[in-house]
Design a protein. Structure first.
Length: 249
């Protein structure tokens, strides 16, 4: 019977499985394992059966609820010493047993097959990343905000559901390991991808979001401090480089 693997550090993780899949759905779980199980079960209900599911649990929450999720295509690893969001996302990306990887928040739930349309867009070769929500950097606001213009080519995608061409993602530098918190780390990655000539597509997908514990149930001073650190890196590296942005719409 499959078991949840446990390692003290993320660097001890070498692989999830030796099997190969068309695409993997991956998430970082930092507490609230009951809600993560709801998300995983929604993937199993609606996604194609040849889709791998990868989970990294940070720290030592009660992982008992996740044990029932284990099966031949669901691989769960606990990093007992804890791991930052960016470093965990990179491990999921680089060790995934597929050429295409969805980085997904455990608050996101499937209401239909979101994998097939995203994979079709990626395999067309036109897009390096496909997501559910994103937008255009507001240059008039000096890059301090992002406007959601709906489906179409965008500057940034958010990690509620972000499907990636793994080679393109790794080539651009992947996620910043200094991002120990998720918020704005997805935007920084998106702009890295844009700078390396990657094209990002926002599309309508059959997804909903439950309570976003990563935001609403995180200690406020930590949330705001780490969010600001992530966004300050965006401003320092990218602000004013309007040539990497898509045409305004």
């Amino acid at each position: 019977m499959a078991k949840i693997r446990n390692y003290p550090r993320i660097g001890d993780l070498r692989n999830f499985t030796k099997d190969i899949y068309p695409i993997s759905v991956a998430m970082v779980v930092d507490g609230f394992c009951d809600d993560a199980l709801i998300s995983i079960n929604s993937i199993k209900q609606y996604a194609p059966h040849d889709c791998a599911i990868l989970v990294i649990v940070s720290g030592t929450p009660d992982i008992t609820p996740l044990e029932e999720a284990l099966d031949e295509r669901t691989f769960i690893t606990q990093i007992s010493g804890g791991v930052g969001w960016g470093e965990a996302a990179n491990a999921l990306l680089k060790l995934a047993p597929s050429d295409y990887v969805v980085i997904m928040d455990p608050s996101t739930q499937f209401t239909g097959d979101a994998i097939t349309p995203a994979l079709n867009a990626l395999t067309s070769g036109e897009w390096a990343a496909v997501g559910w929500h994103g937008g255009l950097v507001n240059v008039e606001d000096e890059w301090r905000s992002v406007d959601d213009r709906g489906p179409g080519e965008v500057d940034v995608l958010f990690s509620y559901f972000m499907a990636l061409n793994r080679d393109a993602a790794v080539t651009c530098g992947a996620f910043n390991i200094r991002a120990i918190y998720y918020r704005n780390a997805d935007m920084e990655f998106s702009l890295r991808l844009r700078q390396s000539q990657g094209h990002l597509l926002q599309m309508e997908l059959p997804l909903v979001q439950g309570r976003h514990h990563g935001y609403y149930d995180t200690e406020e001073s930590f949330r705001e401090t780490q969010s600001k650190k992530n966004y300050d890196r965006i401003l320092d590296r990218f602000r004013g480089k309007n040539q990497i942005l898509v045409e305004r719409r």
